[in-house]
Design a protein. Structure first.
Length: 352
């Protein structure tokens, strides 16, 4: 699965990882009998190991919002006049993204798109209740859609069909390409300037390292916030939570009392094992040397800014698919999505 995907649900941690996050959250919340290192007034509730500070609930939330805003302004991710579309999955990170964005941006310029993949027991309509309620409360435009609406099939049905036809296509392939396509379609057709996704620091460092280990410099650059979009048909995607630790989004979500999608996707075993290995290794490093993930992302960001961003791409923009007209990779005549749907005998063409 690609780190370019629009949602964070694909990075939902496996059971053990979720347990570790919960343990961290439970340990940090409520066990500190000392005053907050920032305000000095309220009781500390969170130990932020990478800064060495113990924070009260209010100062912790303010810290998250200010780091979010610093990243947005450092990379000019979006401006006050921009119409921004939040791609939300219903997981904790997407709840945190919405909660912070509605505080810092004009709500009349925010939209939300959320896609139900159609995976039994996972990411159902009832899991996005808070997103729906928040959108109503703040008058935010909300687009709820599904894979079925665009292809005639849920993800489970696509997987079954693929097996019946004898194709070895990972569920994450259908899921990733369809989500990217549908999110971009809403952004373009509804006139949004930017798409915001809820990837956190852990996701981003894993993706950077995966791309380095694979020697994929093209994707390495594409993960940098200043990378250019490769086609005029793509709406720029930005990740304002990219310097917030995953444990911090967990703590924030619990403090806010969000009821979010906690189950992991049953297809998670189809993800590349490389990502899981990198994630486990990085946890160990972070445990031993708090702040390591932040130092890694900053070092790679700087390297890309100095050495890679100014290099010419070697092409003006991506070619377009001869079947659906969407941008496709260099050297391809037909896009991956049309290729996969054709293999399954599905004639629908998904707009972009
Ligand atoms: Fe993530 Fe794969 Fe599940 Fe889609 S099918 S939500 S990409 S694990
Ligand atoms: Zn405080
Ligand atoms: Zn196509």
């Amino acid at each position: 699965m690609s780190g370019l995907l629009g949602y964070t649900c694909c990075f939902m941690p496996p059971e053990l990882h979720m347990w570790v996050l919960m343990f961290q959250a439970a340990t940090y919340l409520g066990t500190y009998i000392r005053k907050c290192d920032v305000c000095g007034v309220r009781d500390a509730r969170v130990m932020q190991r990478h800064t060495g500070r113990a924070l009260c609930e209010k100062c912790f939330k303010e810290n998250i919002v200010s780091r979010f805003s610093a990243e947005v302004s450092k990379y000019r991710m979006f401006g006050s006049g921009d119409r921004i579309l939040l791609a939300l999955s219903g997981g904790k990170d997407s709840y945190v993204l919405l909660d912070v964005v509605k505080e810092v941006h004009d709500v009349s310029k925010i939209g939300i798109v959320t896609i139900i993949e159609g995976i039994e027991g996972y990411n159902r309509f009832e899991d996005i209740d808070w997103i729906v309620a928040t959108a109503r409360e703040y008058g935010i435009d909300l687009y709820v859609t599904s894979f079925k609406e665009y292809t005639g099939y849920s993800l489970d049905e696509l997987v079954k069909l693929g097996k019946l036809k004898g194709f070895d296509i990972s569920p994450c392939t259908y899921c990733g390409v369809l989500r990217r396509r549908i999110i971009n379609y809403y952004a373009r057709s509804q006139g949004y300037d930017k798409v915001l996704t809820a990837h956190n620091l852990d996701d981003e460092v894993q993706t950077y390292i995966m791309n380095i280990l694979r020697g994929d410099s093209g994707r390495l650059i594409q993960n940098h916030p200043l990378s250019r979009t490769l086609s005029r048909y793509f709406v720029k995607r930005v990740k304002p939570l990219r310097k917030i630790y995953e444990w911090e989004t967990s703590v924030y979500a619990y403090m806010r009392g969000f009821r979010f999608q906690e189950l992991e996707c049953p297809y998670i075993r189809y993800q590349p094992t490389l990502r899981a290995e990198i994630r486990d290794y990085l946890y160990e490093v972070e445990q031993e040397r708090p702040g390591s993930l932040l130092r890694v992302i900053e070092a790679i960001d700087i390297y890309i800014e100095r050495e890679l961003l100014s290099r010419p791409l070697g092409f003006e923009e991506l070619p377009t698919c001869s079947a659906c007209g969407a941008p496709t990779a260099q050297g391809r005549k037909i896009c991956v999505l049309c290729e996969v749907l054709d293999k399954l005998g599905i004639s629908s063409r998904v707009p972009f």
